[in-house]
Design a protein around this ligand. Structure first.
Ligand SMILES: [Mg+2]
Length: 245
């Protein structure tokens, strides 16, 4: 396959699922109460979004009564426990993680082949973008404060749910437009078939990321990779004698 641009999922693709569920989510859950008590003003916009979401709930959810920012904590814990992909929650979690990364309490985990691949892709002239349901701020933190150092210089841009849901064709159409690249020149890698299928429908090339600890190993026919060194870098050679991988 030839491509000019990579679009990468994070959880299960660049980053172990366990880092998200066993480190990041508990970190946010444990600190949200103290954060809202001390800096509730900074979270007003997030709380307003969450209040709308709360008012639209049809299931029985923990009560959110009172106007103090901390009154939202039981409902926020409920959303975190369900990994609800809501924009207000993701933004608030991003603020909590920002504090943790800056203080040095958090360092993100990436699969060991990620940084070498970024170096290789950059050297080959490929552009690297990220598409994750985590907020753009949270995505940037993951790549800035990693155990392998700051990888943000390799990344050209980030997309989150403000562009659109990961399971809708229109989100991928928008991303291709925003990048300014033909869909068939973009390779999207994710561990979720329900994200790869709409990307394919939008014309993207796709690979299924099968990593240790992922939720599903069923690629449903999508080509599988276990690490980024399996991505074939078919370059558009200017010199016909140049070796093509
Ligand atoms: Mg994923």
């Amino acid at each position: 396959m030839a491509f000019s641009t990579l679009l990468l999922d994070i959880e299960g693709t660049t980053t172990p699922v366990a880092y998200v569920f066993e480190v990041l989510f508990p970190f946010a859950r444990d600190r949200v109460q103290a954060f809202l008590a001390a800096q509730g003003q900074a979270a007003q916009a997030d709380l307003a979004l969450l209040r709308q979401e709360y008012q639209a709930e049809t299931d029985a959810v923990p009560a959110w009564s009172g106007d103090e920012p901390v009154a939202a904590v039981p409902y926020i814990h409920y959303l975190i426990a369900r990994d609800r992909k809501s924009t207000g929650l993701k933004s608030l979690q991003g603020k909590l993680w920002n504090a943790g990364y800056r203080s040095g309490e958090l360092r993100s985990q990436l699969f060991p082949d990620v940084k070498p691949a970024f170096e290789r892709w950059q050297a080959a002239g490929k552009a690297i973008y990220i598409f994750s349901s985590g907020s753009v701020q949270a995505q940037q933190l993951i790549f800035r404060y990693s155990q392998d150092g700051d990888l943000t210089p390799y990344i050209s841009g980030y997309f989150d749910t403000t562009t659109g849901p990961k399971r809708e064709v229109s989100s991928y159409q928008k991303i291709a437009q925003e990048i300014g690249t033909a869909p068939n020149d973009i390779l999207f890698i994710s561990d979720v078939v329900a994200e790869l299928q709409p990307a394919q429908a939008a014309g993207f090339q796709t690979l299924f990321s099968q990593r240790p600890g992922n939720h599903s190993d069923d690629s449903q026919g999508v080509e599988v990779i276990h690490a980024f060194d399996q991505v074939q870098l078919t370059q558009k050679a200017l010199d016909p004698t140049q070796t093509v991988e």
